[in-house]
Design a binder for this molecule. Structure first.
Ligand SMILES: [Ca+2]
Length: 80
C-alpha cells in the first residue's frame, strides 16, 4: 500500500530571469528551477516516508535585478 501526499506552494522570483532562480529539491534531487517573475503554483507529489525538501535561491556571478530575492507563500502539505 502506498500513501501519497502533496506539498503545494506559490513562488515568485524577482531577479535576473536568465541566471538567478529558486531551486527546489526533494531528497537531494532537483524538482524545480523557477525563475518566473509572477506568482505561480507548484506541486510536489510525495510517497509515504520521510523526505527532505530544500529551497535555495541561486545566482550566477553577475547582475542582480528587482528585489534580488525568491518568495514562497501558501506552503501546504496535504495527504490522502
Ligand atoms: Ca544574476
Amino acid at each position: 500500500m502506498c500513501f501519497l501526499g502533496a506539498l503545494t506552494f506559490d513562488s515568485l522570483v524577482d531577479s535576473e530571469s536568465c541566471c538567478d532562480y529558486l531551486e527546489v529539491s526533494l531528497d537531494g534531487e532537483v524538482v524545480f528551477r523557477i525563475s518566473t517573475q509572477d506568482w505561480q503554483a507548484n506541486e510536489i507529489t510525495l510517497e509515504s516516508g520521510f523526505h527532505e525538501i530544500s529551497f535555495n535561491y541561486l545566482k550566477d556571478g553577475s547582475v542582480a535585478r528587482g528585489e534580488d530575492a525568491a518568495f514562497i507563500d501558501n506552503l501546504v502539505f496535504s495527504s490522502n
